[in-house]
Design a protein around this ligand. Structure first.
Ligand SMILES: O=C(O)c1ccccc1NCC(=O)[C@H](O)[C@H](O)COP(=O)(O)O
Length: 272
């Protein structure tokens, strides 16, 4: 079993426990009562003409399988406000409980605190989770190609779009980029962390980003430690970066996001 397989086993068990408490019909009713989703695609630059600067997806992440405890984050609302003030375009809220110590309650709290698009960051393996995401105010969900069949990618993307949400389709290999493109993904991430081994290889982004179809928003995920890493991703084709550890472990995340955006803009100016 890989790390990813093991995580998915726990995700399924936890989801079944929630489904026992809140059935799909009730969840659909709650989703219908939720304010319409915000446009995360537009917030991330959308059409290429508007991609003048590097967008930041700032993550609320307490712990991880690779690093253990990162930050207690007693007040996710306050952290989310700092992210938004610093210029984040989207906030990623990890809702997986066993390995990341996240929750749907965090998503509710952050939704009430900020008016920018939210990514429900989880391991989506069933449509139930997509209804859950919408019912808890998410605007964007994550689909990890390595965890899904082509049919699931298509079906889950279609349902997300029906509910007004966008989808971040995460890849790690050339084959997964082909599968994301075949699913007509508009936002494609390259996660430089291998979710089967937890190895981080920042150079992977440069070798894969060029094969992402033009027109897609390209997101560099994981491994940002400093402005040099940001410049590396931006100069190799990233339109956005997804950052967790470097922000939750920083005493001044607002300033760190501003610094990352400045480093990205400088690298993009050289690129164009
Ligand atoms: O972060 C992990 O250790 C991890 C392990 C297994 C599956 C997923 C994992 N992380 C999810 C992510 O994609 C990251 O939280 C996200 O890209 C931010 O990464 P970082 O900036 O390196 O914290």
């Amino acid at each position: 079993m890989t790390v990813l397989d093991d995580i998915v086993v726990g995700v399924r068990e936890d989801m079944e426990a929630r489904r026992h408490l809140v059935g799909l019909d009730e969840l659909k009713a709650r989703a219908a009562d939720t304010a319409p989703a915000l446009d995360a695609w537009a917030a991330l630059g959308g059409p290429s003409a508007s991609r003048a600067d590097l967008k930041v997806i700032a993550e609320i992440k307490r712990r991880s399988p690779s690093k253990g405890d990162l930050a207690s984050i007693a007040d996710p609302a306050e952290l989310a406000r700092q992210y938004a003030d610093g210029g984040a375009s989207v906030i990623s809220v990890l809702t997986e409980e066993r390995r990341f110590n996240g929750s749907l309650a965090d998503l509710d709290t952050v939704r009430a605190a900020v008016g920018i698009p939210l990514l429900r960051k989880d391991f989506t393996v069933e449509e139930y989770q997509i209804w859950e995401a919408r019912a808890h105010g998410a605007d964007l969900i994550l689909l990890i190609v390595a965890a899904l069949s082509d049919a699931q990618l298509q079906e889950f993307s279609a349902l997300s779009h029906e509910l007004g949400m966008n989808v971040l389709v995460e890849t790690h290999t050339p084959e997964e980029i082909e599968r994301a493109a075949a699913a007509q993904a508009r936002i494609i991430g390259v996660n430089v962390r291998n979710l089967k081994t937890l190895d981080v290889d920042r150079s992977l982004f440069a070798s894969l980003a060029g094969s992402i179809p033009p027109g897609a928003v390209v997101v560099a995920e994981s491994g940002v430690r400093n402005a040099d890493d940001v410049a590396h991703y931006a100069s190799n084709g990233a339109h956005a970066i997804l950052v967790g550890e470097a922000l939750v472990s920083d005493a001044t995340p607002r300033e760190r996001i501003s610094e990352f955006k400045a480093a990205g803009a400088a690298a993009m100016a050289v690129r164009t």
